[in-house]
Design a protein around this ligand. Sequence first.
Ligand code: DX5
Ligand code: ZN
Length: 232
Amino acid sequence: MITPHLDSDPVPREPMIAPSLLSADFARLADETQAVADADWVHVDVMDAHFVPNLTLGLPVVQAIQKVSPIPLDCHLMIENPERWAPGYAEAGARTGTVHAEACTDPRKVARDLRAAGSLAGLALKPGTPLDDCLDVLNDFDLLLVMTVEPGFGGQEFIAEVLPKVRRARELVETGHLTLLVEVDGGINADTIEQAAAAGADVFVAGSAVYGADDPARAIAALRARAVAAAR
Ligand code: DX5
Ligand code: ZN
């Protein structure tokens, strides 16, 4: 099987939009993935009520969404013991499995297992976690998720103080020190996406800004247009 590592995939030049199902109607998840079919990935926030003070959904629900989603799943695992649980999401067919650096005891092993099971391996950092804490392991990952809110809840305000971390990651990619996608998650909307795009993010998660809009497809198009303009 050919695994979808970034080594073999060209890094996309166009910004990617990943609507977060956290702000969707959980009773209509199949329809809600269809509503964002124009996006690149659908972002799935898995929370275990231990790593974060909130509980959302787990592997059986992700397996069900995987069967019906028109676009790939971007699984953000806000869970303890990712070594034990993360590979199951890759085995379910998710495009990405992203674990938190703060929860990992052996991030390289998680990355290896995620890739072996066929997904991109992502590492997420809370707003207060410095990039330097994990620079040595990032060579084993395909994606860096920079949290721009404290993980746990949708609808929070964007923390602009995190942007230097996005800029630094972009520099490391541009200078060839890292090969990965830079994703931002939390408080991304029509006002904040330009700052994040100018700082160098590739993938933009947006929950309330997409599912809170009257027309999610239009909201995605508007976010994409702003990100494209700001990235130039
Ligand atoms: C927060 C989640 C985010 C959240 C984003 O822990 O990781 O994905 O759903 O929601 P908004 O875009 O509303 O901040
Ligand atoms: Zn998320």
